[in-house]
Design a protein around this ligand. Structure first.
Ligand code: SAH
Length: 249
């Protein structure tokens, strides 16, 4: 349907975030596929398509497959929130994934725990250039937010492993188990590694940027609600804009 158009996909996890992105984009056509609304438009000199991933790995994989097969997308940026796992990864920090892994993938003893059967890998690597741009964009946005008093302490930008699974991790026991199994994991969420697997199969570069909304512990639910409403959508918008401004055509 799109001929040779090159588009940057912007995938948001939650309606609050997508809404902020759509208000910033110059509006265009909206295409419906599989119950999803794909918003075509322009932003910062790029052709873009913005869509809600929906929650969970299958939903994210379906959304990503449609983006890559029907919308001429050559780069994918995912923005959302996640639970912090790594030491020093606090609410309000941003984690840029350099690799993603499905923490609930376990086909042992046929394959090692976490390995994706057929791929011979457990981690899928985000695009190094996009990761670098995302890190720069997030650093700029957090410094500005601190300057304008939107946040109290200056949050940090981290880069490293993000793990995904079909579970909202909201007990201290669950997050401790994850940290034990995957000590290098910085954050846990529910979509990134699925999007990564589809992008890997299609050979399309991607980046996943997550603002930490909670610590994936017994207080996660309360922190999550408050954070999404007050901060996450503003961060998403600013980080995506700062990335698009830096992104080559
Ligand atoms: N229970 C929440 C929604 C859960 S879905 C509610 O009441 O609305 C949480 C979304 O944020 C998912 O898209 C996931 O990717 C991300 N997320 C944030 N914190 C998370 C955590 N601790 N564990 C798993 N996913 C988390």
């Amino acid at each position: 349907m799109t001929g040779s158009v090159r588009r940057v996909a912007i995938v948001a996890a939650m309606p609050e975030e997508l809404g902020a992105l759509l208000r910033a984009m110059s509006p265009g056509q909206v295409v419906q596929r599989a119950g999803r609304s794909f918003h075509l438009g322009h932003w910062c000199g790029h052709e873009v398509v913005a869509v809600l991933s929906r929650i969970g790995k299958v939903a994210a994989a379906t959304t990503t497959t449609l983006l890559l097969s029907e919308f001429g997308v050559d780069r994918v940026l995912f923005t959302g929130v996640a639970g912090g796992l790594g030491d020093g990864v606090r609410v309000g920090d941003v984690v840029v994934a350099d690799a993603l892994l499905q923490h609930d993938m376990d086909a042992s003893p046929l394959f090692p725990r976490f390995e994706l059967p057929g791929l011979g890998l457990d981690r899928l690597w985000a695009d190094a250039d996009l990761v670098k741009l995302a890190g720069q964009a997030a650093t700029e946005v957090l410094a500005e937010a601190a300057l304008h008093g939107l946040i109290e302490a200056t949050p940090r930008v981290h880069q490293g492993l993000v793990v995904s699974g079909d579970i909202f991790v909201d007990t201290t026991a669950e997050s401790a188990a994850l940290r034990l199994a995957l000590p290098e994991a910085l954050a846990v969420e529910m979509e990134g590694a699925a999007l990564a697997q589809v992008c890997h199969d299609f050979g399309v570069p991607f980046a996943v940027i997550r603002t930490i909304s909670d610590r994936a512990d017994d207080a996660a639910h309360v922190d999550f609600q408050r954070f999404v409403l007050e901060v996450a959508s503003r961060y998403s918008l600013a980080v995506v804009r700062a990335m698009l401004e830096r992104l080559p055509p």
